[in-house]
Design a protein around this ligand. Sequence first.
Ligand code: FAD
Length: 672
Amino acid sequence: MSATAKAEPDQLTGDADSWYLPGSDIHDKAAPDTQIQSQWDQHKFDMRLVNPTNRRRLSVIIIGTGLAGASAGATLGEAGYQVKSFCYQDSPRRAHSIAAQGGINAAKNYRNDGDSVYRLFYDTVKGGDYRSRESNVYRLAQVSANIIDQCVAQGVPFAREYGGLLDTRSFGGVQVQRTFYARGQTGQQLLIGAYQALERQIRGATVQMYTRHEMLELIVVDGRARGVVVRDMVTGEIETHFADAVALASGGYGNVFYLSTNAMGCNVTATWRAHRKGAYFANPCYTQIHPTCIPVSGDHQSKLTLMSESLRNDGRIWVPTSGADKRDPREIAESDRDYYLERRYPAFGNLVPRDVASRAAKAVCDEGRGVGPGGLGVYLDFADAIQRLGRPAVAARYGNLFDMYSQITGEDPYRVPMRIYPAIHYTMGGLWVDYDLQSSIPGLFVAGEANFSDHGANRLGASALMQGLADGYFVLPSTIADYLSLGPYDPVDATHPAAVEAVTSVQDRIAKLLSIQGTRTVDSFHKELGRVMWEYCGMERSEEGLRKAVARIRELRKEFWSDVKVLGVADDLNQALERAGRVADFLELGELMCIDALVRRESCGGHFRVESQTPEGEALRQDDEYAHVSAWEFGGEPSAPDSPGFGDMPKPILHKEPLEFDYVHLMERSYK
Ligand SMILES: Cc1cc2nc3c(=O)[nH]c(=O)nc-3n(C[C@H](O)[C@H](O)[C@H](O)COP(=O)(O)OP(=O)(O)OC[C@H]3O[C@@H](n4cnc5c(N)ncnc54)[C@H](O)[C@@H]3O)c2cc1C
């Protein structure tokens, strides 16, 4: 009998609430009980310090060298702790953060246009559709200004105005200009700054760098995170590393959708392995769809390309008024164009938040008014901007993005409007953390895109770089120090039973993957999983679709573990094996994402449930029932290949963290 025929009907049609076990409510206990404006200062004062001579006896493992990991590594190294830093690329500088284009937010109010820490806080809570924790967001807004100072001091070449002051532009969901940028390469320039700071510590031997090492397991000893199992990706050797604390800065999991704007290597393994060891996974279904990406061009594509949101400062988005109008866009008169964002959201126009812009693009394409092959595209038009500013000014602002677009599509965006369509871009979900960025496993800290903390159900543009650097430069160095002040913890080595168990499980899994020798490639599973996720857990989600998705993912996981073909050997460079491990984790994560989406029967931010919308088609939150973070506890190992329920995951356990809004009061989000 095929795996398809074996799907359990009650799991497909039963009450979705029976697909998980209810757990107890959780609360963030780390933020001090005081006015939000003074919480962080108060907390920094309350936290314990470690004197400089004691720091060299304390150690931290950091997984990841993107903006979050590199900034944390550099700062902790500079402070004098022993840091071990890991990444899977051949250089820390190749972390996915390098791809970030448009900019980084900070409440500097250089423009004198009404910005403030409070406004950035307000915009972020509102932009996240009231599904983030106020205390964390306020702190983020507070330290945003320090980030810019730090980066300028490092020599990051931010764009400047004629007077020498740093230039800013607007991103979606706000009415001020608070986004600092370095042309369309902001992430690259920021990462070079953080990387140089990290390299300085590497040379000073406070940081030991392990490139081409992939973390495959977390080692938990007596309830505390104490180490990791990594695979040397060049030799295949399995190694253990130990420390007093572990920090994951391993990025987001958007590649569960296969096609996304993320770098091809981005994956969930580090956080998913920690989740399996007890770290709660928060709001996994909150993913961000970015409205301005180059549309999919064919079946054999493995990557989507972002056109930065900054383009919406000067580009105007439109479709023909009539779906039957197939003329060259330059021949379509103004009166026959629908600038639908400007029409529907006059206050914010083309700069509405990403979730709103993405859904609006989908709506006009669903009406049959989409442009380009397959009708899945809308125009992003610079004709007005070029006329107003001149081509050189437009090229100075966006030249590298225009070049990228023309190299990929063969069209010249200075002459013909760009065609764009929404694509998976970022994941707001991630490991649950408290105000200290500590997960539910003591000693395991999580930073950057890997945690869930600041963006609620929808991240505003240019705030991921801000969060990664806030976490790494300013938050972790204080909160990890507080944790380490109680150390050093008891020494642990590779003979500890917890380490032996972790290494054995990694070796067994690798051996199993190599032994199946089935008929399907790893990529074919990944592609199919991605299609299921995009179709049912993408821009629009429904009860019926999500049920189908869970059923299909369960089948797919069984097929994977019985029919995948992984070529090569364990003790050598083996990219098929690397990908197989990552896809195996995506197959577990995908199911949890769909269950999370299914039980959250409301629309909020990037999570749009068709059953919960206003008569105008806007997202309709259900605050009475869902103003909480969903923090999932791992339910247990899937059943073994020789058991009847082969591959089934035990029910995950749902803990809720109620969200309180004392400062930014709950209201319907409007950008009209
Ligand atoms: C095309 C694009 C453009 C963007 N533009 C912007 C922008 O303009 N502004 C903005 O604010 N945000 C932007 N973002 C989002 C932003 O770039 C990311 O959210 C952010 O850079 C993530 O940083 P990070 O440090 O958390 O993770 P990453 O930069 O993804 O780094 C992850 C690190 O973890 C390591 N790692 C992961 N797993 C393992 C493992 N198992 N073992 C060992 N190492 C591991 C990797 O090697 C890497 O070093 C953009 C995103 C994309 C895709």
